[in-house]
Design a protein around this ligand. Sequence first.
Ligand code: NDP
Ligand code: KPL
Length: 338
Amino acid sequence: MASSPEICVFGAGSIGCYVGGRLAATGTAVRFIGRERVVSEVRAHGLHLTDWQDADLKVPASDARIDTEPEALATADLVLVTVKSAATEEAGRTLASRLKPGAIVISFQNGLHNAQVLRGLLPGRTVLTGMVPFNVAAQGQGHFHAGSEGTLEVEQHAVLAPFVEAFNRAGLPLKQHTDIVAVQWAKLLFNLNNSLNALADLPLKQELSQRAWRRCLALAQQEALAVLGRAGVKPAKLTPLPPGWIPLLLGAPDAVFGVLAKKMLAIDPKARSSMWDDLHAGRKTEVDYLNGEVVRLGQQHGVSTPVNSRLVALIREAEEGKRRQWTGEALLAELTKA
Ligand SMILES: NC(=O)C1=CN([C@@H]2O[C@H](COP(=O)(O)OP(=O)(O)OC[C@H]3O[C@@H](n4cnc5c(N)ncnc54)[C@H](OP(=O)(O)O)[C@@H]3O)[C@@H](O)[C@H]2O)C=CC1
Ligand SMILES: CC(C)(CO)C(=O)C(=O)O
């Protein structure tokens, strides 16, 4: 490896442009592979990366190395896979014939099995699971804004050593974990809100400020926690409260929640879930990889999961263009009769 490593982002969208953009803006050699729409946007405007605190970084268009062709994979020391879950298999096939010897891969995706899918297609390679806790919204003209807090997490491994400094410089330190499955499940418990946020058609802050929507999330999480309990999986504690207590907090009246859960509501007022982004753009969502995982694990362990099953069905309906206008109260009634 050259003294300063080269990083390639595969799937230049919200997460890829934000994480890769911050690395590029702070002196790391980063190349991006994405679709034509994003490629022409970044070639025209460069990248502008901001966050909910005071980060404000830029990569001028002349320095933004982005292409639709995957040539950059041949020289990368580290590849960050940031496509949506349904695109992971195709990504793996593209990486397989192009990665240089010794290149490592991190899946910075939601869901549970993306790294496993990549490993299956990349035998002999080191593929690590990563987790992005914060929200990133594409604002247009190459501007990507992180609207909530959190630290990048990744499966602990010695191969990460040459890259640690680059992530530190970017202000995105990598927190390494020995039990990444527990971290993934803890994140998935939060991602059960992605489907609710998409059905609510509201910014996250507004949705989570309403008790009825929070009670829907509490139902989905309680169901998931029961399944995890039966399966013997203990989700990691990513917040001051352990995962088992969060449904209780979610059920609190608005005024109490506003005081006790200040951090949970510290979200950019315009931020929405990545599943809302997908529905809004007419794309298939990741619901099968989120609520669908609860349903599958429930089936394996004989635990019924009517709430998450119903949410999967409602999102599938919305994907097919049969989107209903839900209030939190109406959805809560629908889920409690499930
Ligand atoms: N956005 C967020 O706030 C967060 C997202 N996540 C997770 O991170 C992952 C990425 O999400 P996000 O950044 O929002 O997704 P985006 O859809 O914004 O970005 C992914 C990009 O990759 C492109 N892509 C897919 N396949 C290829 C390919 N073969 N070659 C080139 N480009 C490709 C997609 O194009 P196309 O659409 O045409 O396929 C899309 O432009 C997901 O798993 C998501 O759940 C995690 C935390 C927060
Ligand atoms: C950060 C969070 C939980 C909400 O934006 C997310 O992971 C997503 O939108 O997919």
